[in-house]
Design a protein around this ligand. Sequence first.
Ligand SMILES: Nc1ncnc2c1ncn2[C@@H]1O[C@H](COP(=O)(O)OP(=O)(O)OP(=O)(O)O)[C@@H](O)[C@H]1O
Ligand SMILES: [Mg+2]
Length: 348
Amino acid sequence: MKLLPQEDNYFGLDLGSSAIKLAQLRELHGRPSLVTYGDIEIDDTLLASDSEIDQGRVSELIKQLADDAKVTTKNVVASLNASQSYTAIITTPKLSHAELAESIKFQADKVIPMAIDQVKLDWAVVSEDAEKEEMEILLVAAPNNIAKKYLNIVQKAGFELLALEINPIAQSRSLISAADKDKCIIIVDIGVLASDIAIIKNTVPQLVRSVTVGGKAFSRVVTQNLGIDESQADQFLKKFGMDETKIEGQVFKTLKPVVDHLVEELNKSITFFQEKNQAQQVEKIILTGGTTALPGLPLYLANATGLTVEIGNPWQNISYPSELQSNLAGLSLSYATAIGLSMRNFHQ
Ligand SMILES: Nc1ncnc2c1ncn2[C@@H]1O[C@H](COP(=O)(O)OP(=O)(O)OP(=O)(O)O)[C@@H](O)[C@H]1O
Ligand SMILES: [Mg+2]
């Protein structure tokens, strides 16, 4: 099992906190083409649980989903949230592949805040400047216990786990258009428990951060501050969100400090990245994840960061039957990871 790409026929599996999503592609006329996709809801405590029974339940859901979607392979590439892994960019002297494989543990030990024998480690070359004596490497480390848990869950569902990838690597394949390939772009995935921030340069994540801002935190503050129950809070969030003009800005004012925490982390990440990469400007933010649908949120983030904000379209780099178009458009926020995972074999 690897943390970064390798070849084979497989489907992409995004184990999200609120829903499991899958996608399978195949090559058709030289382009990745949609074979199948699907999702199934999951209780948001299940995946985080360490109990065997809960993990067994996750396996059952995967099995059911894969059956319903009629996947045609037993192989799986699954994703990890940024908060479940460590990533770092390191600079090393120019080395051959074999030399790098030898020395990567020692390099990683300096930057990964965990004992190196407790993590599953993988790496990819980010840039090799012909004129310089150095190269940049993206390191990805997942704690052994998390990698093992995912392996067990997938195996119990009757599948083979070929690789684990972090969400932003997958999303950079599906959400970055061919025209934007050379640009610096921030992908922000606003999910249930967290928002993952990744600054992507030349389609590789250069900086990855996770902030505990997501649908759950929004729901909690609205429930508490407005004294309403969870289902009512959910309705308020979906209807009014960050729209200042609705119900005297009550929901807006309640959510603002939580969203500002995300803004602060975004601006900090941009500043940090720009200090190290002065030649290249961060050009825009691409939003994904279900909570991006919160009314007024994209506009608020655009104003607060001064950057253009776009809603990610994971279908843009693949082919699919035209009759699916309107269905897929409605699912754009949910499928960036599953599609990105399944695009690995097509990505250069
Ligand atoms: N219209 C909407 N307005 C606000 N929030 C929404 C809307 N639609 C969905 N959501 C929220 O989106 C979240 C689900 O998003 P998503 O599917 O990206 O999460 P996930 O992948 O399961 O979780 P994670 O990535 O955090 O593990 C839920 O918290 C849900 O309440
Ligand atoms: Mg997700």
